[in-house]
Ligand binder design. Structure first.
Ligand SMILES: C[S@@+](CC[C@H](N)C(=O)[O-])C[C@H]1O[C@@H](n2cnc3c(N)ncnc32)[C@H](O)[C@@H]1O
Length: 372
């Protein structure tokens, strides 16, 4: 239950009920999950999906006692938020077959592999998870494999949320409940977006989205305050973000734009010192062929992020580039065969993904914090 005096959550919430509708699923992926989970999936009932329309989401409140929520500044980063939302809303919901034909099939496979590993490492069976920037629900099957009991997904893109609901409705194995909501968890209180009974959660995941919180100080602090408040003590905050060290290395080489035929990063101005005056607002445009069309993103200066996160009782546990994380997992965990089956590695251990696609994957890093 929510304790307003302490602005925190004390007990596990009741599980929302739900109602699946029409189908739409990644049949092959689901088959794989079905065979892996065996009869476990059949034993639990399917779950309904609930959501709120954007108009029902209350506006931000006045500052809270700890000052972590301030009233929205004029021009408080609204411009980019709408551009980002419009962009993701306009992305087509491609079928598995279409995705397989994509020129960035390798990038998608690699990214999905990394996310699966991260989710597997930092969640436990029966957890309740919160996915911030959940998009079209592309991680639903990863959560299913992790054996969680409940998933709350939040995204500013309302059409993406409709796709996510649809995707869940089409899943054959529904052994956890879901609650997909439209809202901006980097600006508004999560309790104003999601039914408060859903909190606290065991794990917060933010995949390829937390860099959007670095637009302004207000967003960043609100995002961290939200995450810290709804996470149980000992709970994990995991995610994938562009690797700031790589961005800085390129800036220091005097480049203001770089990439290849698959991806492109463009800063407005050169910054050969590679330093940033503030932790937020360091904007660049990102392009990933067939996926992201010159969308504004923000540098996540990692050291500063870790220091600020400490103020919100979030302690760093892991920070690795995608490549380091992947190689360590192949070495230490029994996942080489899975990487081969996912067409990431060849049998001889070399990459089955082309060099330019690999370079696009290498832009990213994983992180994991623990709520202390
Ligand atoms: C690159 S997509 C990643 C989607 C999903 N997490 C995945 O890994 O497939 C980024 C997502 O972040 C969402 N997003 C961007 N800014 C957001 C914000 N302020 N609040 C919630 N979601 C946001 C976008 O709408 C989009 O769905």
């Amino acid at each position: 239950m929510y304790d307003p005096a302490r602005d925190t959550w004390q007990e596990s919430p009741p599980r929302p009920s739900s109602l699946p509708k029409k189908p739409n699923l990644d049949a092959e992926e689901e088959k794989a999950v079905d065979s892996k989970n065996g009869s476990k999936n059949e034993s639990k009932s399917g779950t309904p999906v609930s959501s709120r329309a954007p108009s029902e989401v209350p506006s931000i409140r006045d500052s809270s006692a700890d000052g972590s929520f301030s009233r929205k500044q004029e021009n408080g980063g609204e411009t980019d938020k709408y551009a980002v939302r419009q962009h993701y809303n306009s992305r087509p919901n491609n079928s598995t077959q279409e995705r397989k034909k994509s020129t960035i099939f390798g990038v998608r496979s690699f990214n999905n592999f990394v996310k699966s590993l991260l989710i597997d490492m930092y969640s436990r069976p029966h957890d309740v998870a919160l996915d911030l920037g959940c998009g079209k629900g592309g991680d639903l099957l990863k959560w299913l494999k992790a054996g969680i009991d409940g998933l709350i997904g939040v995204d500013i893109a309302d059409i993406s949320i409709e796709h996510a609901k649809d995707r869940f409705a089409h899943m054959r194995s529904k052994c956890f409940w879901v609650d997909f909501c439209v809202g901006d968890p980097f600006l508004d209180r999560l309790e104003d977006i999601v039914h408060p009974d859903a909190f606290p959660v065991d794990v917060v995941s933010c995949q390829f989205a937390f860099h959007y919180a670095f637009e302004t100080e207000e967003r960043l602090r609100n995002a961290l305050a939200n995450i810290s408040r709804v996470l149980k003590r000992g709970g994990k905050f995991i995610g994938t973000i562009p690797d700031s060290e790589q961005l800085v290395r390129n800036l220091k080489l005097g480049k203001k734009q770089w990439g290849n035929s698959i991806y492109r990063i463009s800063f407005e101005e050169a910054n050969p010192t590679g330093t940033f005056e503030t932790l937020w607002g360091n904007r660049y445009m990102f392009h990933l062929t067939e996926a992201v069309e010159d969308v504004p993103e923000y540098v996540v200066p990692f050291e500063g992020f870790v220091k600020l996160a400490q103020e919100y009782n979030l302690k760093l546990e892991r920070h690795q580039t995608f490549m380091k994380f992947f190689h360590q997992a192949v070495r230490d965990r029994d996942v080489k065969k899975v990487a081969e089956d996912s067409k990431i590695l060849n049998r001889d251990g070399t990459f089955a993904i082309g060099e330019e696609q690999l370079e696009a994957c290498a832009v990213y890093a994983v992180f994991a914090f623990e709520k202390v």
